[in-house]
Design a protein around this ligand. Structure first.
Ligand SMILES: [Zn+2]
Length: 275
């Protein structure tokens, strides 16, 4: 019974955080404040009242339309709210109602925000990465008192991890720039990997970059490049390879590395290398 109440609480909290994440994703790439002004309909300017802004429920009650002008409201908003709510439930399910569950949930939420802004605008806002870095270091310090650290890095590894993450991705970007003769990576990727490094510590941060680069390169070579080349041939225009939003691949890789990275590293070192 109490477990059910805790899961319902996690779902409710997650959907509210997801609702705020929507605001961050919509406003930060345009360099707008997430605090004020109140949300308005982008079509008619109708100010959205609190009862039209209840996560998930309002979208259903309004039948996905603005109350002022009946313009459709994108399904992305409730989808993000639902995804974050399910993520927060999953965190409490696996880690119990604990400090660790909160850290996993917050880390996942920030990573989702970064995936969305990078996919939509090729931007990784400082709001996400600066908050994530500060939160990671604060939580690592607090974990000394709470007594829960794993699967996150301890305070010392968190500081080293932030430096290793930022440094390693900068080197990868520099090498990419020399190889492809154009800018391969933005500074947002550097701040992203500093934030990830502070959560994971050095070894799993390097694993994140490896996994992200691998999946990103395969996706690019197998899907983006052939489809893009085919399209431009059909239209008869010269083919210009698109930018790769690297954060879209690094963010999920970071979550994988948090949950299963250590097993993967152990398996590789002991099972494959025989160390
Ligand atoms: Zn409207």
């Amino acid at each position: 019974m109490t477990d059910t109440i805790l899961l319902v609480f996690a779902f409710a909290a997650g959907s509210c955080i997801g609702s705020f994440l929507n605001v961050c994703v919509a406003r930060w790439p345009a360099e707008l404040s997430v605090v004020s002004p109140r949300s308005r309909c982008p079509k008619c300017g109708h100010a959205i009242a609190w009862y039209e802004n209840v996560p998930l429920l309002s979208w259903l009650a309004l039948r996905a339309r603005c109350r002022g002008c009946k313009a459709p409201i994108s399904i992305v908003y409730p989808a993000v709210e639902l995804l974050v709510a399910l993520g927060w439930i999953a965190a409490v399910w696996y880690f119990g109602f604990s400090f660790t569950a909160l850290r996993v949930a917050v880390f996942g939420t920030v990573l989702l925000g970064i995936m969305l802004t990078d996919a939509l605008h090729y931007i990784i806002p400082d709001g996400f990465t600066a908050f994530g870095l500060g939160w990671a270091l604060l939580a690592a310090a607090l974990s000394l008192f709470v007594g829960e650290t794993l699967p996150f890095a301890g305070l010392y590894d968190a500081v080293i991890g932030a430096c290793v993450g930022a440094g390693a991705i900068a080197i990868v970007g520099w090498l990419g720039e020399m190889a492809f003769k154009k800018e391969a990576m933005g500074f947002g990727d550097v701040t992203l990997m500093a934030m990830v490094g502070a959560h994971l510590g050095p070894s799993r941060t390097l694993l994140t970059i490896f996994l992200g680069a691998l999946v990103g390169a395969v996706t690019f070579l197998v899907i983006v490049l052939p489809v893009g080349a085919l399209r431009s041939r059909r239209r008869g225009v010269p083919f210009e390879p698109p930018l790769v939003p690297f954060g879209v691949f690094l963010a999920p890789a970071a979550m994988l590395a948090l949950l299963w990275g250590q097993s993967l590293i152990d398996w590789y070192l002991h099972g494959v290398m025989g160390l």
